[in-house]
Write a protein that binds this ligand. Sequence first.
Ligand code: UD1
Length: 417
Amino acid sequence: MSHLEIRGGVPLSGRLRVQGAKNSVLPILAAALLAPGQSILHNCPRLSDVEATGKILRLLGCGVEREEKTLLVDASQPTGWTIPDPLMREMRSSVIFLGAMLARLGRAELSYPGGCELGPRPIDLHLAALRSLGAEIVEEQGRLRCTVGSGLVGRELCLSIPSVGATENAMLAACGARGTTTIVGAAREPEIVDLQNFLNAMGARVSGAGSPVVAVEGGAPLHPAEHTVMGDRIAAATYLCAAGTAGGRLELEGAEASSLAAVTACLQEAGCEIKILGDRIALNSRGRLRGIRPVRTAPYPGFPTDAQAVLMAALAGGTGTTMFVENMFDSRYRHVDELSRMGADIQLAGRVAVVTGRPLHAAKVHSTDLRGGAALVVAALGAEGVSQVSGLEHIRRGYEDLEGQLTALGAQVRLIH
Ligand code: UD1
């Protein structure tokens, strides 16, 4: 089993181009299934979740080739409509194929998706939205058998929670429906806008992404398209938190500053100097961040749940007290026990975590989920001594060459096999 060996307290310095967004590339790869022919997708990070999505596309009969950061997806003649259990379990976003398969193939068979490490993650909103569009979905022994009968028909859908995945699934299915679908209560995340841009480049007629109402005029003939995936705002947040706690000067390229406003506001309050220079975000920190006002996770444009763990790790090694309230997922504090091994003082009560900053020391820690794993790396960069972070398979789901990127910024990080 491999792990990272990280010497903390070494300031970071330099410029980094942020990877393409994991949460954008996955639905966009599923969307490539909609059009016959070869779509060209630039800025696709090398992540295990992207590899798993490629495997699903191949199983469905699509060609998938990688040329550096570009993926060529040939959906000329899909032959399959079944996704086996192990691939469904590998990642939650496999469920996004449901909408795409119904739109393109008129049928789909898959099981409930994985990704349970954050507590229960139901897909009831996905299924209700697809059923409203006319999909017949039968659940048998954990498998979902889905067909569209005489075809999907557009209509108004109301999401009771602005679910990112359910919004994406409904958008994809709606492209293959007759008439107009209006998604009311849609998620507003920037990744939804990226998906809309790709769908429209394919000839779809989607509008409203980024607002709570997304409209899709279905039935337009789709063709393959070329698209560049947006920068990853959560990877960007992770590097900013890392430089915040380790100290130093970091300049990030390729991430939209406005999509990070909730995170940069917290880092500024904690004592970092942050400047937006055109398409770059510059952070200057002397390390030892201060406690800040309560951080409450919320749907975009609120504070992202995916950045909760990395900010907590950065503040745990600082001074003063900060309260976190996790409103999105039930079980998203699994990094807390591991941070405590590094000396962090974090009191947990249900959805609330109270962090009292104090100097952290090195420890052997283990990641149990993607962002929790990244949080351990952030904490180790700010801690005294040499830490070991294992459970790298979780981190590889969402960070491309994390150790290489940090090393390029001057961090002392080694991959030990
Ligand atoms: C996406 C992101 C994930 C991020 C999350 C919230 C991807 C691949 N993943 O996940 O990184 O943490 O958004 O920003 O884009 N819910 C239901 N029923 C449903 C669907 C969701 O109750 O059918 C609930 C969830 O349990 C959760 C909330 O809605 O409490 C938001 O979840 P959702 O936005 O759907 O998250 P994902 O799309 O799974």
